[in-house]
Every structure is written in structure tokens, then in C-alpha cells.
Design a binder for this molecule. Structure first.
Ligand code: PLP
Length: 383
């Protein structure tokens, strides 16, 4: 069979290959997967089950139920003082769909998307699928892996249209400071860029509070805030997320979405409403668990020769520098899996500037993390 030219040589990403190898490794300590190890709380599951029994089994509104969109507004207002109205919100089949719809709505073929790296690697393929051009914006650990406005300006061309940022960051676990956001905001305003701000890890910030990029003065009208319940409410499998942004952009995204998923699973939307309104305390309890795990693993990493790891700031990731061990990040991650039976991801999978680092997801119990670190320590000694 002949496939479309743009997909003729599509292959599983390096990340997917490592996940597959990890799944086939007996007794592996899997610190590769970016999803919470906690199941969805049962009261949330019950709400979805009840909704289905009560007749929420039909098509729902394409943009999402108005009361669910209002619950998204309430959550961001209550927690982070980001004010918005339901016409500025769309409910999505996961955060991944927000990026697709936004890029579809915004890009003409050949338009440039500046991507702050290291970043969530599906962005690259998503930009390609919407016929945009990814412009790599590398950052360094000395900058906290956050670009400055000047870094952005150096890459701007007449085709620049969108800037993609993520904080708390996957893969680095770093959190943008307000001054850094302000510097980025100046560049976005000067060059009329739309900012796609991935804030799916909003509930996991360990020093201070999450600051939505859209709350920086002048940014609300050009920012799409992308969030979801996958990480905050342990609902990865439900495929529920949302975007908050200027109403005209949300409207176009909804019209495009009408020809794609035709809205989001309705019992899941009812469960999301309940979770957004009633689960802040649980969410914070889990954030404390992740914070303790990250602190433990960072300490263990810093005791390994050739490895250095910054203080955890957000999300459930650590991004230690392993360059002092003398091997590159691919060889390190594959060697650690094959010889040490610990799965991590090479930093280079998240953009070239991730070389010299590995991503460790602290999404396992303390016992497993201890076992993983003991094995990693032995592996590092063997290099
Ligand atoms: C930075 C980032 N954005 C978006 C997503 C997608 O999340 P979902 O589609 O499950 O909402 C992930 C998942 O790992 C992520 O790490």
C-alpha cells in the first residue's frame, strides 16, 4: 500500500523504542514513563459511572459542557488568579490535542514555530504534521533551561508565528521565574508571536506557586494556556485536557475539532468537573509525595561520580547532567537499561541541547526509587 509522502518513512521515536525495550525487560525499575503511578481516585471514577447511568451517553457540545469550562475557569482563578470566561476555554481529548488544534488554527505551510528546548518531544512531529517548520531554541542548564527574550529574538524571521514554552518543564523539571517570563513576553509582544504555554504540570511546583504565563501583563491576548487532568488528577487514560485562550482562537479550534473528535467523552467531562472542583487537597497531597521522591533521588544522584543534579523545582522529573561519566546520553540510557535494568530517557530525545543529560521520572514508590538508584549507582561505577 502507498502512504502519503509525509508519512512514508514514519518510524517509532527513540523514546518509544526505549519504552518497548523497558516493557520487555524483566524486573525493570521503570523511571522512563511520565505518568503518575497513582490510580484515579474512586470518587472521581464513581462520578463518571453515575453520569453514564444517568444518560450522559450522547454527543456533547464540541467545545465542552459550559459548566465544565466554567470549572476550568474557576480552578485557574482560584489557584493562580488567571481570570477567564467559558468562551475562552475548550475541553480537549488530552493536552496533546490542544497543540494539534492550535497549530492547525494558526499555521500556514512554512510558518515557523520557535520551540524552547529541551522540550516534550511530540511537539516536533506535531509541527511537521501541520506543515510548520520547527525552529530549535536551545537553552543551557546555566539559564535554568529557560530561554531569554534575546535568545528568542535572534531566531525571529518574517515567518515566525508561534512560540512554544513549557513550565513546569518536561523534561527538565525546572520552573520559569517571573523575570524570565517577562523577558520572553517582551520578545513575544515585539514580534507578534502567539505563545503556546504548556502548563500541564501546574499542580507540581515546589517553591512558591505556579505562575501562568498568561498572567504576565500583555500576554493573555496572545497566549494559549494548555492544561489537563492527566498529571494533576492521575487521569492519563481518560484523555481529558483543555486549553484557555483568546475567544476567537478557541472558536476556530472548536470548529476544526468538530471534524476531528466531535467533542470529548461526556462521562469523562462530568468526572473532570467534579475533580476540578473537589480535589485540590488530594492533588496537593500527591505533590508532596512527588516532592519527597524528587528530593531523595536528587540526593542519591549527586552522590554518584560524574553525575550532578539540580534541586527539584517542579513536575515529577529530574534531568541530571551525566556528562561527567564519559558516555553520551543515548549510551547511558541504553546501557543503564540493559546492564542495570533501570529505564530512563536520554536527554537528546528532547532536543539536541539535552545531550549530556538523562530524564528520570519519579513516578514509582520510594522502595522502587531506592532500588533504581542502587542499580544506577552500580552502573555508574562500572563506566
Ligand atoms: C509537557 C507535556 N505536555 C502534554 C502532555 C500530554 O498530556 P495529555 O495528552 O495526557 O493531557 C504531556 C504528557 O506527558 C507532557 O509531558
Amino acid at each position: 500500500m502507498k502512504f502519503a509522502e509525509m508519512y512514508a518513512d514514519i518510524k517509532p521515536s527513540g523514546m518509544l523504542k526505549l519504552f518497548q525495550a523497558a516493557a520487555a525487560t524483566p524486573d525493570v525499575v521503570n523511571l522512563g514513563e511520565g505518568e503518575p503511578d497513582f490510580d484515579t481516585e474512586h470518587d472521581i471514577v464513581d462520578v463518571a459511572a453515575r453520569a453514564a447511568k444517568e444518560g450522559y451517553t450522547h454527543y456533547g457540545p464540541i467545545q465542552g459542557y459550559p459548566d465544565v469550562r466554567q470549572a476550568v475557569c474557576n480552578y485557574w482563578e482560584r489557584r493562580y488568579a488567571l481570570s477567564s470566561t467559558p468562551d475562552e476555554v475548550m475541553i480537549m481529548a488530552g493536552g496533546v490535542q490542544s497543540v494539534h488544534l492550535a497549530l492547525q488554527a494558526l499555521l500556514n505551510p512554512g510558518d515557523e514555530v520557535i520551540v524552547a528546548e529541551p522540550c516534550f518531544s511530540p511537539y516536533f512531529e506535531q509541527i511537521h504534521q501541520h506543515r510548520g517548520v520547527a525552529v530549535h531554541l536551545p537553552t543551557t542548564e546555566a539559564q535554568g533551561f529557560v530561554p531569554s527574550g534575546e535568545d528568542i529574538e535572534r531566531l525571529v524571521t518574517p515567518r515566525s508565528r508561534v512560540l512554544m514554552i513549557c513550565s513546569p518543564s518536561n523534561p527538565t523539571g525546572r520552573v520559569m521565574k517571573r523575570e524570565q517570563m517577562e523577558s520572553i513576553a517582551r520578545a513575544a509582544e515585539k514580534h507578534d508571536l502567539v505563545v503556546l504555554s504548556d502548563e500541564i504540570y501546574d499542580s507540581m511546583v515546589y517553591t512558591g506557586k505556579h505562575v501562568p504565563f498568561a498572567t504576565v501583563p500583555g500576554m493573555k491576548e496572545r497566549t494559549l494556556t494548555m492544561g489537563g487532568l492527566s498529571k494533576s488528577h492521575c487521569m492519563t487514560g481518560w484523555r481529558i485536557g483543555y486549553a484557555i485562550g483568546p475567544a476567537p482562537l478557541i472558536k476556530v479550534m472548536s470548529l476544526i475539532g468538530a471534524n476531528q473528535t466531535y467533542g470529548v467523552n461526556v462521562p469523562t467531562q462530568r468526572a473532570a468537573l467534579y475533580a476540578l472542583e473537589r480535589h485540590d487537597a488530594k492533588m496537593e497531597e500527591r505533590a508532596r509525595v512527588f516532592r519527597d521522591r524528587l528530593a531523595y533521588v536528587a540526593k542519591r544522584l549527586n552522590a554518584m561520580k560524574g553525575v550532578t543534579c539540580a534541586e527539584p523545582e517542579g513536575a515529577f522529573y529530574l534531568f541530571p547532567d551525566i556528562s561527567g561519566t564519559g558516555v553520551d546520553s543515548e549510551r547511558f540510557a541504553w546501557g543503564l537499561l540493559e546492564k542495570g535494568r533501570v529505564a530512563t530517557l536520554p536527554g537528546s530525545a528532547f532536543g539536541a541541547c539535552g545531550e549530556g543529560y538523562v530524564r528520570i521520572a519519579c513516578t514509582r514508590s520510594m522502595e522502587m526509587l531506592e532500588k533504581g538508584m542502587d542499580r544506577m549507582e552500580q552502573f555508574v561505577k562500572s563506566l
